[in-house]
Design a protein. Sequence first.
Length: 150
Amino acid sequence: MKKIIIIIAIMIVTFLIIKVFLPNEKNLVARDIKSLKNAVEREDKMSILEYLDESYMDKHNITYEHMVNAIDEFFLQVDSIQIFRSGMKISIDSVDGENNTYASCSLGLKILANLEGEKVLVYGGVFKPSPVRAWFKKIDRYYRVYYAEY
């Protein structure tokens, strides 16, 4: 009886250690969203593109190529970018036959930046962040945005 209790205790402790210390998919999506946010604030285009899928298309029919050009133009016009997120909700949507993991995220977003020496609101409401929804596909080590609504 004592051996059974010890085995059960070891199994419970092992499960808790795995649950706490191994990242789950939601944590990986959150990590990649944070890394994307940091890359934009640092104006690091190459890092940003690691999180943007080449098949990207958003609700306004902006493609990957358009987005790359928009990033260049944006960084030429502004500096000291600050991004504020709120109410982030992540869901793991599916895994396809090729073992690709898909996820989505909704959050509030507000972006401030310096434009010609003035702090301006680039995106979001004055009092409340604007809603954004993004869909991700896990490719290699990163969750990459392939569709967005804003």
